[in-house]
Design a protein around this ligand. Structure first.
Ligand code: 4PL
Length: 246
């Protein structure tokens, strides 16, 4: 019996990177896992790697009807949703004054509106079941004010705020809402972006002198998504090798 056996979990952005590591962890500990990624082909490939008990549903978290279709499909396949992990995000690397309003909105749409839409849809079946575990991915960049990520940091601050607010709103229904704030992590997205060039410098700021990986993030998400975390809600756990401390 794993920590998530019999549970149904939806993980957004799980076609790669931190999301995939989370999906793999929840699957390994017994959950049926739905990989909700914008890139349907990548999602299918990820689900295929996990095997039985994993499926992919192409989803745009910033689109209300796409999110609604995701939950309809999950509910008709499984009859419930125990765990939702809101991981999908755009991770930009753009100087503040090169971000125009269209780019600002694009990042807000996915990174903040997407979390709102997913939480709003998730709480319907969770309320009915009087059980739910929602884990939102924030970032330690919210605490550090990391350069070249202004819209991302503003959105992640919104995610932390929404996490606190929804913990209050959904607590009476036995739904916990928490956030995990990774630091710079050697994810697929980071390794394909200019962020990879910050790895050596950020390591000098960390208490732990190595590069964080998606496998370092997944167990903390898995804990907050488990029955064992039933007395934890409204919190943000920073998982960054001791980069920021507060
Ligand atoms: C410290 O969340 O937290 C780069 C890229 N550096 O996405 C992040 C730091 C990045 C971060 C992040």
């Amino acid at each position: 019996m794993g920590a998530h056996s019999g549970k149904v979990a939806v993980v957004t952005g799980a076609g790669q990177g931190i999301g995939f590591a989370i999906a793999r962890r929840l699957h390994a500990t017994g959950a049926s896992v739905v990989i909700a990624d914008l890139d349907a082909a990548k999602g299918e490939k990820a689900a295929g790697e996990l095997g039985a008990g994993a499926q992919a549903i192409g989803t745009d978290v910033g689109d209300e009807s796409s999110v609604s279709a995701l939950f309809s499909q999950v509910l008709s396949a499984h009859g419930k949703v125990d765990i939702v992990v809101n991981n999908a995000a755009i991770v930009p690397y753009t100087a503040w004054d090169d971000v125009d309003f269209g780019e600002w909105r694009r990042i807000m749409r996915v990174n903040l509106d997407g979390v709102y839409l997913m939480c709003r849809a998730a709480q319907v079946p969770m309320r009915e079941a009087k059980y739910g575990r929602i884990v939102n991915l924030a970032s330690n960049a919210f605490f550090a004010g990391t350069p070249n990520m202004s819209a991302y940091i503003a959105a992640k601050g919104g995610v932390i705020g929404l996490t606190r607010a929804l913990a209050t709103e959904l607590g009476p229904y036995n739904i916990t809402v928490n956030a995990v704030a990774p630091g710079l992590t050697a994810s697929d997205g980071v390794l394909a972006s200019p962020h990879k060039d910050s790895i050596a410098f950020v390591e000098t700021l960390q208490a732990l002198k190595r590069t964080g990986t998606p496998e370092d993030i997944a167990p903390v998400v898995a804990f907050l998504a488990s029955d064992a975390a039933g007395w934890v809600t409204g919190q943000t756990y920073t998982v960054d090798g001791g980069h920021v401390r507060y």
